[in-house]
Design a protein around this ligand. Sequence first.
Ligand SMILES: O=P(O)(O)OC[C@H]1O[C@@H](O)[C@H](O)[C@@H](O)[C@@H]1O
Length: 141
Amino acid sequence: MFSEVRVEGLETHDYLDNLRNRERFTEQGDAITFESEVDKVYLSTPTKIAILDHERKRTFVLRKDGLPDAVVWNPWDKKAKAMADFGDEEYKHMLCVEAACIEKPITLKPGEEWRGRQELSAVPSSYCSGQLDPETVLQSG
Ligand SMILES: O=P(O)(O)OC[C@H]1O[C@@H](O)[C@H](O)[C@@H](O)[C@@H]1O
């Protein structure tokens, strides 16, 4: 189930680990998979990030503008139980991947305007069928 979910596009990027006093690390290796609590702020991330759910044969693509960072969060079992507005088992069925602007916050003077945008799309499930080259997902569309 959950181990079948991968995030593509954030590997090799630096992140601040919210579970370790926001210390800065560099993501290693292949795509990101999930086996325990995670709460990371990836820095200077690409404008497209893919979330691949192999078991359910579905892929989501997050596109973003004006929002350089990306949060990846799953509370896992212990924290899920401690959260009043989150079901004890819901962590098994969710993953938070969200566009953000955290490392260098945007400050507006009175009257100034700023726009950021994120778009989450479901892309054809054939993308998850094994023909998938993750690079293709991130480069297409
Ligand atoms: O409880 P909230 O405010 O909805 O936040 C949920 C989570 O949202 C994530 O974006 C944060 O990285 C986590 O640290 C936080 O716990």
